[in-house]
Design a protein. Sequence first.
Length: 153
Amino acid sequence: MTLRNGRSSIDSTHTRPRITPRLRLKPKGSTAGDVDGAWWPHGDALPIELPDLLAVLSIRLGPIDRVTYNFADWATAPNKFATGDNMVGLRGYYQQPGNTIQVIGINRTKLVLLVVPTRTEPEHAHDIMMSAAAPNNASTIEGLLTTSPHDGQ
């Protein structure tokens, strides 16, 4: 393998994910509905699940400042954790809508993601994620999670 000199086409301010997260986002600028897309994590440990997700979302949001979540949805998490060269705050709230996380950039831009439960059947999870990411989908969180496996958008 030969090392190349010169600039990479990848922005060095963004950490690359180790594993591509299971994520679907609405197009930038879409304002319909309660969420900006959906994420289907592999487990319930935020410090393990978030680094790859935040690496991808930092392309849209820039450096990430914090993530908010509902305490009831996740295992106990620290108040902050390192990802790449940044420390990201984790804030749990009982008032946060269940099955959602908010990812907030240092410039205060944010994305609200529907969190598909980890034990969801793959075909059903795919349908939920595609519905949540549809540009004009204005379904509620509950409506998205009860999407039948064969509902098309």
